[in-house]
Design a protein. Structure first.
Length: 74
């Protein structure tokens, strides 16, 4: 969970950028394999999205906004 949190924070700090597991691993000082596994989990959780398959690149996935009614309407 800790590595996942670090990766999620890195992606959120750079929402428009796309990263390979290797690039994130270099920034965080972790193995690209461990980063790739965490990115797969973040993708499944909806916190990251795979932008390209080869090479695998990921980007921050903003949480879906809730569908609340505007204030003053009932």
């Amino acid at each position: 969970g800790q590595l996942r949190d670090l990766i999620a924070a890195h992606l959120a700090a750079n929402p428009a950028a796309e990263f390979t597991p290797h690039a994130i691993g270099r920034v965080l000082g972790r193995s690209s394999g461990a980063v790739a596994n965490a990115l797969d989990r973040l993708t499944a959780l909806g916190q990251a999205r795979l932008t390209t398959d080869r090479p695998r690149r990921y980007q921050h996935q903003a949480p879906e906004s809730s569908t609340l009614a505007p204030a003053g309407t009932t």
